[in-house]
Ligand binder design. Structure first.
Ligand SMILES: C[S@@+](CC[C@H](N)C(=O)[O-])C[C@H]1O[C@@H](n2cnc3c(N)ncnc32)[C@H](O)[C@@H]1O
Length: 198
């Protein structure tokens, strides 16, 4: 378990996992082989962000949400804050899943855009997240498009994160705070802000 959550929040996290498992038999939301470790491999992984991010208000854009990781997990955790979660997902079936899960969980703070990230109007998001979407050099134009000037991006990266940062630095200036993952050796959560062209 990462972080203490209320009984109500835990109930929503449990309900989300049940919905995800049910839909995963029809749509590949997460790798079927990872289902037995759904909590440790996926939910706790995403909960790490909530241990560090302290969002106060504004839009939180989750790019390439897929099965709702971390978008739905964070909208559950931050349900009592004045944050509006916008989940961007280009795959129609996954977007249908996300809308259904949001409705079933009663998450009034979350909405889905079934569109490509690069086709959505700039969101001016105070917060942004992405997990398993693309290498950092390909994420940077998305941050440039959707992150507000003083915004923070929370990117969940695998063990090659340092090489991705070095490559991204060739074209972009940004401030970075890497946080070692507690769920995957060598992986990191990158807090990125102050993005501009190099
Ligand atoms: C590998 S999955 C990761 C999903 C989820 N974030 C997770 O950690 O399980 C990447 C997701 O991003 C979506 N995606 C990829 N490129 C996209 C784009 N340009 N715009 C919107 N969604 C995109 C895919 O449809 C897919 O659901």
């Amino acid at each position: 378990m990462i972080g203490d959550v209320s009984r109500e929040t835990q109930g929503l996290l449990d309900a989300y996992q049940e919905i995800l498992i049910r839909w995963n038999t029809k749509i590949n939301l997460v790798s079927p082989s990872s289902i037995p470790q759904l909590k440790s491999r996926h939910i706790d992984d995403c909960l790490q962000i909530s241990a560090y991010a302290k969002p106060d208000k504004g839009i939180w854009a989750d790019l390439g949400s897929g099965g709702g990781l971390p978008g739905i997990v964070l909208s559950i955790i931050f349900a009592s804050r004045p944050i509006r979660f916008i989940l961007l997902e280009s795959d129609q079936r996954k977007a249908t899943f996300l809308r259904s899960a949001i409705r079933d969980l009663g998450l009034s703070n979350a909405e889905v855009r079934n569109s490509r990230i690069e086709a959505v109007e700039p969101l001016n998001a105070a917060y942004l997240s992405a997990r398993a979407l693309a290498p950092l050099p390909r994420l940077m134009p998305y941050l440039d498009r959707h992150l507000a000037r003083n915004g923070q991006a929370w990117l969940m990266k695998g063990e090659k994160w340092q090489a991705e940062v070095d490559e991204a630095r060739q074209h972009w200036k940004f401030r970075i705070e890497p946080i070692a993952s507690r769920t995957q050796t060598g992986a990191a959560i990158l807090k990125i802000s102050e993005v501009s062209d190099a």
